[in-house]
Write a protein that binds this ligand. Structure first.
Ligand code: PRP
Ligand code: URA
Length: 209
């Protein structure tokens, strides 16, 4: 069974406290989503392999470690996952980015797919699926299904806020997928919103409400 990682680092928790606040405006919200994703990326890539290389400092020769060239791909779930991409690209500028378009039907809460475009060599890549919200888990689980159908194998899921219901569903349906969240909240309300959560992540990132 893969692991559930809760990243309770003080810097992440501080930024998350501002993100949750209903008075935080769209500009700051967007910047915070990007910064939190960047900080979370540190932990979510902790196990990437490194290799020893020899370089010369101005003082002496030295054996140092560099990333071993493991191929990565980010797959944001549209729309809100897009807000997490730039922060990670600042740390890992060369990674490929696929996109999965899903929205949650407000009545049934079931995910509806409208777009899927992944790197052609997705099967060889370490994949990080991005979505700020893991509520019922329907969207994340469907996105992981699509990626697996396209050949993806090594998949991890990074969300900013999770609900226990969503984490349990992804773990049940995709026990091979490590989940990274900055916070695990209390529960879902009757509209499938995370409580206390931060509201509708897509609307707050793109200012559509
Ligand atoms: C939100 C969020 C997730 C999904 C989570 O997207 O960004 O994708 O809901 O809910 P779930 O875990 O119950 O599936 P939404 O459907 O609102 O679409 P949007 O990103 O286009 O706003
Ligand atoms: N999607 C969101 O954007 N927020 C929630 O709380 C649940 C689903």
């Amino acid at each position: 069974m893969a692991e559930l990682h809760i990243m309770d680092h003080p810097l992440i928790q501080h930024k998350l406290s501002i993100l949750r606040d209903k008075n935080t405006g769209v500009k700051e919200f967007r910047e915070l989503v990007s910064e939190i994703a960047s900080l979370m990326c540190f932990e979510a890539t902790r196990d990437l392999p490194t290799e020893e290389v020899e370089i010369e400092t101005p003082v002496a020769k030295a054996k140092v470690r560099r990333l071993a060239g493991k191929k990565l791909a980010l797959v944001p779930i549209l729309r809100a996952g897009l807000g997490m991409v730039d922060g990670i690209l600042q740390l890992l500028p060369g990674v490929k980015v696929g996109h999965i378009g899903l929205y949650r039907d407000p009545e049934t809460l079931q995910p509806v797919e409208y777009y899927c475009k992944l790197p052609s060599d997705i099967a060889e890549r370490e994949i990080i699926v991005l979505d700020p919200m893991l509520a019922t888990g329907g969207s994340a689980s469907a996105a992981i299904d699509f990626i697996k159908k396209h050949g993806g194998v090594n998949i991890r899921l990074m969300c900013i806020i999770g609900a226990p219901e969503g984490a349990a569903r992804v773990r049940r349906e995709h026990p091979d997928v490590d989940i990274y969240v900055a916070a695990m909240d209390s529960h879902l309300n009757s509209h499938g919103y995370i409580v206390p959560g931060l509201g509708d992540a897509g609307d707050r990132i793109f200012g559509t409400k």
